[in-house]
Design a protein around this ligand. Structure first.
Ligand SMILES: [Zn+2]
Length: 82
């Protein structure tokens, strides 16, 4: 069953991966930096148009990155490492 992960279906899903989009946008209220030290001055409330999952506020380095969206953890079944 593990081999199915390498199937072409996976490729198709990757192409139309579901992403959360900003439903509210604000300038960042605090100085936030990513792991590379890049400032993230834009803040967006991210919500999935597919399943309605709201992941709260995320910080982005620019609007392009925000509009590109964040993969939805519910639709994409991201496994939580804990
Ligand atoms: Zn979703």
């Amino acid at each position: 069953m593990q081999l199915e992960l390498l199937d072409t279906d996976t490729q198709k899903n990757a192409n139309k991966r579901r992403v959360m989009k900003p439903v509210d946008i604000w300038p960042a209220d605090v100085f936030v930096y990513d792991d590379d030290g890049t400032e993230l001055p834009e803040m967006g409330e991210m919500e999935c148009p597919e399943c309605g999952h709201n992941d709260g506020w995320w910080y982005f380095k620019d609007m392009n990155e925000m509009q590109a969206g964040i993969p939805c953890p519910k639709c994409n079944q991201v496994e939580v490492c804990s």
